[in-house]
Design a protein around this ligand. Structure first.
Ligand code: PGA
Length: 248
């Protein structure tokens, strides 16, 4: 069975002053049974671990290098994230793919590194608006899944996030039918690629998820949670999304 997961991606936001926002989020956690993950910038992973000591909040990085260590100025490895207190890492986010030219092969290598370090990889896929308009959304996410997942993927070490690029940070979301179509397709593609294990991977939807649209999105078949950007920065918004997932 896939686990329900509400994941927040803070992107390049947050500072030591974010402790108060985290303090406001913590009271929600004992009242829900879904998993809750926050991925702050790497500079805050250890602080967030300290701020949330004794709580069920999971903490993740937003990227990792494919190598364990070495001469890679500015990069962070998967074992370093583990050392800092992370259990998860987002990989292949569309902003990494576009800002840093990350290819499926690079995402695959990073996913292998994450698994080797014991991290859960949250692997992101999603089509651009032009690809959707050209009727290629399913082809694009299908080839991203095929190219980004290494051998050895299980429901315990990997989560998939479907994030249409045109819905990220824009306030626009696909229709529920469009979300359902892609999630059904991904579940099928995972079954084909991974056999019976494919049914155990959580499939998150991401792109302009808010407290106001979360319940409708979580009611779609094969949506097991969300990867939330902007709305994860405010405890009040993220709490609403967590509660909607828990009730779904
Ligand atoms: P958004 O970002 O919720 O701000 O649209 C989602 C993401 O990029 O993960």
């Amino acid at each position: 069975m896939p686990k329900k997961l509400a994941a927040g991606n803070w992107k390049m936001n947050g500072s030591s002053a974010s402790a108060s926002e985290i303090a406001a989020l913590l009271p929600v956690l004992p009242n829900v049974s879904c998993q809750v993950l926050l991925c702050p910038p790497a500079t805050l992973v250890t602080s967030m671990k300290n701020w949330t000591e004794g709580s069920s909040l999971l903490i993740g990085g937003q990227d990792c290098h494919a190598n364990e260590s070495g001469a890679h100025t500015g990069d962070i490895s998967a074992p370093m994230l583990v050392d800092a207190g992370a259990t998860h890492v987002i990989l292949g986010h569309s902003e990494r793919r576009s800002d840093h030219g990350e290819t499926d092969a690079m995402v695959k290598a990073k996913t292998m590194a994450a698994h080797a370090a014991g991290l859960v990889a949250v692997v992101c896929v999603g089509e651009t608006e032009a690809e959707r308009d050209a009727g290629r959304a399913l082809d694009v996410v299908g080839s991203q899944i095929a190219g980004s997942l290494p051998d050895g993927v299980t429901g315990d070490n990997t989560v998939i996030a479907y994030e249409p690029v045109w819905a990220i940070g824009t306030g626009r979301t696909p229709t529920l039918e469009q979300i359902g179509e892609v999630h059904d397709f991904l579940r099928e593609a995972l079954d084909q690629q991974l056999g019976a294990e494919g049914a155990n991977l959580s499939l998150l939807y991401g792109g302009s998820v808010k407290p106001g649209n979360a319940s409708d999105i979580f009611a779609v078949a094969n949506v097991d949670g969300a990867l939330v950007g902007g709305a994860s920065l405010k405890a009040s918004d993220f709490s609403g999304i967590i509660k909607a997932l828990d009730a779904a």
